[in-house]
Write a protein that binds this ligand. Structure first.
Ligand SMILES: NC(=O)C1=CN([C@@H]2O[C@H](COP(=O)(O)OP(=O)(O)OC[C@H]3O[C@@H](n4cnc5c(N)ncnc54)[C@H](O)[C@@H]3O)[C@@H](O)[C@H]2O)C=CC1
Ligand SMILES: NCC(=O)COP(=O)(O)O
Length: 354
């Protein structure tokens, strides 16, 4: 039995605090502190900087810091819930809230590396990532398109699927989707012009396999129902508005059905997201980022979770970005509900994995 799961102990989850000039450090501290009695959220970031923010949020918040080398030497010590554990990964440059600095890009990346190392070493049962600024990592000289792709690459090139899940609320709460709207993406962070060429029968098939397997194994859905969007307007209008549906998406769905997967479509994306379709679905597979996520975020923003399916480890994240406009430390301008949900979802997935 690993140290992260031994009897009587809170599970330990790595929380990478994200872009230091954004809201990541603040929402990480707030969420970890709020959940400290049920989970040991080990914050990965600059200990001195996090201590300063914690003090600004609430002087009662205590941190217990250790170095990555100490973790490597002795494993994760048993700190109780009176303080938040921090693995110190120092920043290179002083941080000004809301102001990006490429000097700190590699330190942000180092928190992701430490989290992955920590799961592989058995220190952590899962990883929760606060938002980082993708451009800053690139400005620091490292080609980077997102956590999803980075985790896939660092986990041996695993094929992965980005899925966001949220609880409809407000004006969209009438969507009859208990408990959640889930939207997975066939492609992730790439220019729109590159999307068609990134779609293939084999790739879509593998994506459907991952969604089906992870919804069963990690979410306990016995026979996941997946609705697949078309790529083109009106799902191609019988080939008059594009042939990807006929040449790629339909054959991928047919092959998945032959493997026993309940996948249906392709549906025109503009009318797919309506109650009569969604009540028959556990997940919608959209062809690209801005086909699926604006709908999901309209319905659930701030109450959603981003989950990477297909990884050999559990990784969840928030449904929003770095919100530099709200990064005035300690003032509580940022909503940390999505961060708390990301932690809760990771915990549920840890429990489901046994
Ligand atoms: N998981 C991650 O690391 C993610 C990182 N990003 C990165 O974030 C950066 C900024 O992205 P944007 O498109 O500007 O989106 P954003 O989500 O940072 O901000 C969009 C709007 O939502 C508001 N908002 C965001 N989070 C909020 C919160 N917790 N509470 C209250 N209001 C909130 C912001 O104030 C802003 O008005 C980009 O570099 C992007 O790559 C974006 C999404 C996910
Ligand atoms: N819009 C979702 C998003 O950008 C999340 O990306 P990732 O960093 O979690 O891969």
């Amino acid at each position: 039995m690993s140290a992260t799961r031994s009897a009587g102990r809170r599970p330990a989850i790595a929380v990478t605090v994200g872009e230091p000039a954004g809201i990541g450090p603040e929402i990480s501290i707030r969420a970890a502190w709020a959940r400290r009695h049920e989970v040991n959220c080990v914050l990965l970031g600059d200990a001195a900087y996090l201590a300063m923010i914690a003090h600004e949020i609430d002087p009662a918040i205590r941190l217990s810091a250790l170095s990555l080398q100490a973790l490597r030497n002795g494993g994760l010590p048993h700190f109780g819930p009176a303080s938040l554990s921090v693995v110190d990964i120092p920043l290179a440059a002083h941080v000004r809230a809301g102001v990006l600095d490429k000097e700190n890009g590699r330190s942000v990346l180092a928190t992701l590396d430490a989290a992955i190392e920590g799961v592989q070493a058995g220190w952590f049962a899962a990883v929760v990532t606060a938002p980082l600024q993708k451009s800053t990592i690139n400005d620091a000289g490292v080609a980077f398109s997102g956590h999803t792709e980075y985790f896939a690459e660092r986990c041996g090139g695993a094929r992965v699927v980005m899925m966001l899940a949220g609880q409809p609320q407000g004006g969209a709460a009438q969507l009859p989707l208990a408990p959640q709207l889930r939207v997975a993406l066939a492609t992730t962070h790439l220019p729109l012009k590159d999307v068609p060429a990134a779609l293939s029968v084999a790739g879509l098939g593998a994506t459907l396999d991952i969604i089906e397997r992870d919804l069963r194994q990690r979410f306990g859905i016995a026979a996941p129902r997946i609705l697949v969007a078309g790529l083109n307007p009106h799902a191609g209008e019988g080939g008059y508005l594009g042939r990807e549906e006929i040449d790629i998406i339909e054959p991928a769905i047919a092959a998945a059905q032959a493997r026993g997967i309940d996948a249906r479509g392709p549906y025109p994306a503009d009318t797919l997201f309506q109650a009569k379709h969604l009540r028959e679905a556990d997940c919608v597979l959209a062809m690209y980022h801005d086909q699926g996520l604006p709908v999901l975020k309209y319905a659930t923003f701030g109450r959603g979770v981003n989950i990477t399916l297909g990884l050999p480890l559990i990784r969840t994240s928030v449904d929003h970005g770095t919100a530099l406009d709200l990064a005035a430390r300690g003032l509580g301008l940022a909503d940390c509900a999505s961060m708390e949900l990301a932690i809760a979802s990771a915990l549920a997935m840890v429990a489901a994995a046994g």
